[in-house]
Design a protein around this ligand. Structure first.
Ligand code: PRP
Length: 196
């Protein structure tokens, strides 16, 4: 039994037992976030603007907490909440802002949007354009997970933790029906717990 599997079995939460297998362990995530943090530091160190980590609620909160702890740069944090609907057979779909970013210093801010996962690409594609139009000094994106096989919009993040296959994953902020966000790893649910 590897460490990730041990974690799943030993967690004192029934939720962990709904997971069929651990896809990415807590240690693997922490290590990878360290690598991303070093890349981000190198890119922003001499910018002269305020670096704002902009978490997209709710899924990003666990990744964002780990990233801000590991960044050796002064950062501010902010949040937005959006909902995205697939537009049937169209690729654009629609994105609705449920909680907006309200800052009067946006032209002084390098915004780094923090996401837990990119799927169709609609949410981030929309948000990057939106924040540029709002006047941010710069807008980049970082995602913990990326499912490129699900893209309907042409979008590439600036920083990516892990590319994953098209499987339904939970944990480390990601939910199924609002459950499992607190699991400390990314796992694949047993089919009986995620039947549509
Ligand atoms: C997820 C994720 C992204 C979005 C990605 O959010 O956090 O915001 O979907 O999908 P896309 O690339 O197809 O646009 P979700 O709507 O599940 O909300 P949550 O973060 O509150 O769980």
């Amino acid at each position: 039994m590897d460490n990730a599997e041990k974690t799943r079995r030993e967690l004192p939460t029934a939720a962990a037992l709904d997971v069929a297998r651990v896809l990415i362990s807590e240690d693997e995530i922490a290590e990878r976030v360290g690598v991303l943090a070093r890349l981000i530091e190198a890119d922003y160190r001499s910018s002269g603007k305020k670096l704002v980590l902009l978490g997209i609620l709710k899924g990003s909160v666990v990744f964002m907490a780990e990233l801000m702890k590991q960044l050796r740069l002064p950062v501010e944090i902010d949040f937005m909440k959006v909902s995205s609907y697939g537009g049937g057979t169209t690729s654009s779909g629609s994105v609705t802002i449920l909680l907006d970013l309200k800052r009067n210093d946006i032209s002084d801010c390098d915004i780094l949007i923090v996401e837990d996962i990119i799927d169709s690409g609609r949410t981030l594609s929309y948000l990057v354009d939106y924040l540029k139009l709002k006047g941010a000094a710069s807008v980049k994106t970082v995602t913990l997970l990326d499912k490129p096989s699900r893209r309907v919009v042409d979008f590439e993040p600036d920083y990516r933790g892990f590319e994953i296959p098209d499987e339904f994953v939970v944990g480390y902020g990601l939910d199924y029906d609002e459950k499992y966000r607190a699991l400390p790893f990314v796992g694949v649910l047993k089919p009986e717990f995620c039947e549509k």
